[in-house]
Design a protein around this ligand. Sequence first.
Ligand code: ZN
Length: 530
Amino acid sequence: MELPEVAAPELSLDTMRDITRELSSDAFEGRAPGTVGEEKTLALLTAKFAEAGIEPGNGDSWYQDVPLVSIEAKNVSALTVKGDAEAMDFAYGPEMVITSYQEQAKIDVTDSEMVFVGYGINAPEREWNDYDGVDVKGKTVVILVNDPDFGTESLEGEFGGRAMTYYGRWTYKYEEAARQGAAAALIIHDTAPAAYGWNVVESSWSGPQFYAQSANGGADQTKANGWIQKEVAAKIFASAGQDLDQMMTAARNKAFKAVPLGLTASMSFENDIGKMNSKNVIGMIKGKTRPDEYVLYTAHWDHLGRCKPAPDGDDICNGAVDNATGTAALVALAEAHVKAGTPDRSILFLAVTAEESGLLGSKYYAENPIYPLNKTVGGVNMDAFAMAGPAKNIVVVGKGKSQLDRYLEGALTVEGRVAEAEPTPEKGFYYRSDHFSFAKLGVPMIYFDGGEDLIEGGRAAGEAVSKDYTENRYHGPKDEFDPNWNWDGVMADLKVYYTVARMLAMTEDWPNWNEGDEFRDIRDKSLADS
Ligand SMILES: [Zn+2]
């Protein structure tokens, strides 16, 4: 099938810059769900969607309610670890962080036996079970981050080689610990396999944490979920007469068996619990010839709100790059698609909430779609534009997964740019933004990052910018708007996002996941129902 020809779009740099600046200003307080920052974000976004000339996407409403519960740990005790030797206390914040998914006013974990469960994975289809032969009910499990073949060079292996699988994500590890009946789950932080430093853990895990509302108030969850610093883990293992490094090596082996540490853990804290409806925002352009077929744009509008202060006292995580840029892009793209005239298929512009809390807004939409997923042709997710300047490449997260790659390549060829597979699949980016919520239910989704092979300065310059972002800005108070940013690369990437979706909106094609991909069967079944 030929790709449709798409004329050059009118994409407004002013829209991108002005909306990014405004959403990331201190007045928006870091856009945490349920705060004044949410109110301001919703007001701004709906006004801009209306100005752009698109329609409300949920009947005559711009909104979809997303029922959330917020739980904030207060008066957190130290983590006390006891054994034969003297008890050790580890401080909340610098040494450990903790939260609860249970809607309980007071959480007490008292003298709970500690068990090291390796990577904390129970994967019957891979015949791998770190919980085999051990009963962890009421106990505190200690878990490694990422998955067992994280350290290998290739992409071959029990768990995708160097690439992270869903089993490597912290969300999975807490889910499995709860299924096993553990009282508490502590993940050992390690910068390389976690893909971010302790600073990110500490800022992301302090303040209110959000969850989807559940009928049982989280009663099936562990009482306490947290992280401990690697040095803390080393001390705990040493006092148990074990060596952390040796244990880490042993856990990579399929024959690994969970190790009771002969120690107990105690901790307590209070929970501040709130319930609310946060909101996804949705606008649409109704298609001309096939209005009941939908092309989807997604970007999360939320960020972390007030967070751990920087040394200068700044305690607002502004989220300028992450993801004021992607939210602004929804508006700039809406304007451009309206100017280009009515497309054949409908185009949806979905700004989701609570991505930072575990993709909650996108998951809610995907499970309660306003437009059927088997009528949703495919989509594009935007999360954090690269501010490094124009690049020769783009970096595709999940390259080779779906036939959308053809559209992406078509859009890039015109620009003389190339698509590269992500260089660091071990960081698990495929599971770390909203496209995953849709992919999991079968909708083909494209997600890419601006490339690091810069037109000026090449890879060295690009890598330096991205290293600075990850180490000094990502999920911290210094992800702020910078008036000196060079927007040329952003506008070039925006054009690619435009072209891919425009082509999809002007074809009759239904690109699918490639044969053998993990999501192909789900899509085939879903399409068969339509
Ligand atoms: Zn983001």
